[in-house]
Design a protein around this ligand. Structure first.
Ligand code: NAG
Ligand code: NAG
Ligand code: NAG
Ligand code: NAG
Ligand code: NAG
Ligand code: NAG
Ligand code: NAG
Ligand code: NAG
Ligand code: NAG
Ligand code: NAG
Ligand code: NAG
Ligand code: NAG
Length: 626
């Protein structure tokens, strides 16, 4: 069989161009029988049925991502405009181009489309430094994902796609390579996001760093899309013209593609992708709510729950979601034979190593599925539980050691969920007071991480996390092991910056008032010794500026997301000095705009009324993790 597979491998002269589109190569170019059949696609490459350039359109802008010092991933989508115009969903309330996906049993396979790309330091492309040709087709949702190589380190580049032999072009994209592994780079800026839920509001947070031109790279820690019914089950939906299609819970490959296509109509999201290289990882909702290795919240092991899950087996649903994610996101597949793997790392000069984890889909032990909270609480301290599986854990700890050994100034860790222990008994009650879907449900895994840092004297660690829809800034502490001082930060091994959601609602109630949100924050900051600042009220994001001497974090809140606007409020600023392994005191300079600060005050200079007009309120008991 082995030799047969080799014989069947594509030997056409066009091979180079076909494989340029990375989306054809998954799961592996070494296993031609497992990915898309390029033979079949090639057979359809018949000039008599080929689309003319004017029948084609770049439907969803451009994107770039996973920058290295000499290459970057470029993305676009170029699809045929049906002659009768009906491949745009006219039922959609969303303004923008939502392609009509034929969810029927019979897929129409069309002739492949040829595109070219070029990359240069100037937007007039006077000197093209990287270029190439690639194909796409219905088999991969007309997405194009190529690696532009031959680039110079830490340099801004412009790129553009065009239909082969035609001046029908995509919009102009801008991107940036990273500093080479041991290069000195004075400062690098990141914008950090999580939880962008389309029917809940406009993605203004994505647009602001573009408008300010304030960062080098964008990080998304997951929940880039949500799998829920689009019809405003949750959120404002129709009232703000943001009902993502299909208007039901998504299960199939086409469902996930269509959902991604809807999300990618938000103009601020498009602007961010067009202007910044992204480094993204998924959380649960790229697949389903509270996913773990083998399931998700809606699966109760009851017949009803399996029928509810669209009749699609859970592993099939996961593969559908994963495939659509790889098609639509400008990310690299770092290990072609392991197509569930998105955990990967980036060396950003001698300044820092960025370790992006997958604590969710890859190999997570059973999580809180709402009906088993008590059980997961009971086992939350079991040594055998892992959020990422032993293979990834071992890799993670060696990444931390290798980074320290090579002398990188900082280690920045992208985690889906909040790392630090957070007693939320104010919301959950005293029986199960923690969020067992976060690291609190996997204490041994957290202890192994902390133990590795403490035992090996690895300092200057910055954990970034999302998922919670609120802002949490803490010293990074192994509670009960380290002799931690909440007032000085002594005993800590770093800092955690956990950011709020782009648009997903406040976990303490979508329509919560500023005052009650801040009252909850005061309780939380009082009950958790290492938690120095918390804000529940604002949707938003944070920017991180990393230099050799210090890391600065600036948190921004969106005054309103029920329409598209460029406003934001500076909520709090933090500094971490190199070698201090804790937040600089007085934390946040002693003053924040909102929430609660452990030692300091809240001065509302820019307070706004509730930005929310809906009436839906999240119940605190067994709330769904939106
Ligand atoms: C590309 O083709 C589409 C569809 O005909 C058309 O709308 C668009 O204007 C063309 N763009 C250019 C730059 O020719
Ligand atoms: C081409 O795509 C753009 C961007 O999504 C969209 O606004 C436009 O309507 C599309 N044109 C056609 C003819 O479908
Ligand atoms: C319009 O195009 C769709 C495919 O996009 C096709 O299914 C449908 O039959 C076409 N209708 C007509 C009247 O040509
Ligand atoms: C649009 O909505 C109508 C009425 O609900 C429905 O019959 C039709 O199939 C929908 N069209 C598409 C393309 O979803
Ligand atoms: C690589 O880039 C240089 C300019 O930096 C250019 O002269 C050369 O042609 C490029 N090589 C390839 C293979 O694209
Ligand atoms: C470029 O597009 C214009 C129309 O938009 C057309 O008149 C011109 O011939 C095209 N040029 C080439 C080289 O295709
Ligand atoms: C799963 O179990 C919970 C708790 O018993 C219940 O509320 C929910 O309806 C069940 N879901 C399904 C699909 O059976
Ligand atoms: C959580 O905080 C409450 C109030 O301070 C306290 O009574 C409770 O023991 C704490 N629970 C845990 C697990 O720390
Ligand atoms: C992990 O550390 C905590 C203290 O932070 C301790 O209570 C717990 O027992 C430890 N669990 C394991 C499995 O090591
Ligand atoms: C954060 O720092 C910026 C820049 O120095 C400043 O404009 C802003 O007011 C600060 N925000 C807070 C809440 O102190
Ligand atoms: C925040 O408050 C300052 C001082 O009152 C004001 O100048 C600024 O315009 C306000 N910003 C926003 C976004 O409201
Ligand atoms: C909120 O709105 C009320 C009524 O319009 C107004 O009196 C109050 O000053 C507003 N509060 C803030 C913080 O803007």
């Amino acid at each position: 069989m082995r030799s047969l597979a080799v014989l069947l491998s594509l030997s056409s002269v066009a091979l180079a161009s076909w494989t340029k589109n990375l989306n054809y190569r998954s799961p592996s170019e070494h296993h031609p029988g497992m990915g898309i059949s390029l033979h079949k696609v090639n057979k359809r490459n018949d000039p008599s049925t080929a689309f003319t350039p004017s029948q084609l359109n770049f439907t969803h802008g451009v994107a770039s991502g996973d920058p290295y010092s000499d290459s970057v991933i470029l993305w676009t989508r170029v699809a045929p405009i049906s002659l009768n115009g009906s491949n745009v969903d006219s039922n959609s309330t969303v303004s923008g181009y939502v392609p009509l996906y034929n969810h029927g049993p019979k897929q129409v396979s069309t002739a492949p489309v040829c595109v070219q790309f070029k990359v240069a330091k100037t937007s007039d492309f006077a000197e093209v430094e990287s270029s190439g040709t690639a194909y796409t087709s219905s088999d991969i949702d007309y997405t194009v994902k190529v690696e532009a190589s031959n680039l110079t380190a830490f340099t801004r580049y412009y790129y553009q796609f065009n239909v082969c032999g035609s001046n029908n072009t995509s919009v102009l994209g801008r991107t940036k390579t990273t500093p080479a592994k041991n290069d000195y780079t004075a400062e690098v800026g990141l914008a950090v996001y999580s939880c962008s839920n389309f029917p809940f509001g406009f993605f203004n947070a994505f647009g602001n760093p573009v408008r300010k031109d304030s960062v080098d790279y964008v990080l998304h820690l997951g929940d880039y899309i949500y799998e829920y019914a689009g019809n405003g089950d949750y959120g404002y939906g129709y009232s703000i013209n943001r009902v993502p299609t299909p208007e039901r819970v998504i299960f199939t490959l086409l469902d996930y593609r269509e959902r991604l296509a809807t999300y990618r109509t938000d103009l601020d999201l498009l602007a961010s992708h067009q202007n910044y290289p992204w480094i993204a990882v998924w959380d649960d909702h790229e697949v389903a709510d509270n996913t773990y290795r083998d399931g998700e919240a809606d699966l109760n092991n009851t017949e009803a729950s399996f029928v509810k899950d669209g009749g699609v087996a859970v592993d099939q649903r996961k593969m559908n979601a994963v495939r659509a994610y790889f098609e639509w996101m400008p990310i690299r597949q770092v290990e072609m034979d392991d197509n569930l793997r998105i955990w990967r790392s980036f060396s950003i000069g001698s300044l820092f190593d960025l370790v992006m984890l997958d604590t969710r889909q890859y190999d997570r032990s059973i999580t809180d599925l709402y009906w088993n909270t008590e059980y997961v609480h009971e086992i939350s301290n079991d040594a055998g539980r892992s959020m990422m599986g032993s293979r990834q854990e071992n890799w993670f700890y060696s990444q931390l050691s290798d980074s320290a050994a090579r002398g990188a100034a900082w280690r920045v860790i992208g985690s889906q969920t909040v790392f630090s222990r957070v007693n939320e008994s104010v919301a959950y009650g005293n029986v199960d007071p923690l969020d067992y879907d976060a690291w609190d449900g996997y204490q041994a895994n957290r202890n192994r991480t902390l133990n590795h840092l403490y035992q090996n004297n690895i300092g200057n660690n910055i954990v970034l996390s999302g998922d919670s829809h609120a802002s949490w800034v803490s010293d990074l502490v192994w509670l009960d092991h380290a002799n931690y001082s909440s007032s000085s930060g002594a005993g800590s091994v770093g800092v955690e910056f956990a950011g709020s959601a782009v648009s997903s609602p406040c976990p303490y109630g979508q329509n919560i008032s500023l005052n009650s949100a801040n009252n909850y924050s005061s309780w939380l900051v009082g009950a958790n010794s290492e938690l120095q600042w918390n804000d529940l009220y604002y949707r938003g994001y944070f920017e991180l500026r990393i230099s050799y001497d210090e890391v600065n974090a600036s948190f921004f809140g969106m005054p309103t997301i029920i329409n598209r606007n460029p406003y934001e409020i500076s909520l709090a600023n933090f500094t971490v000095k190199s070698g201090a392994n804790a937040l600089q005191r007085p934390v946040a300079g002693g003053v924040v705009e909102s929430g609660a600060l452990k030692s300091g005050k809240v001065v509302q200079t820019n307070a706004t009324n509730s930005t929310d007009t809906g009436t839906w309120f999240v119940s605190l008991d067994n709330e769904e993790d939106l």
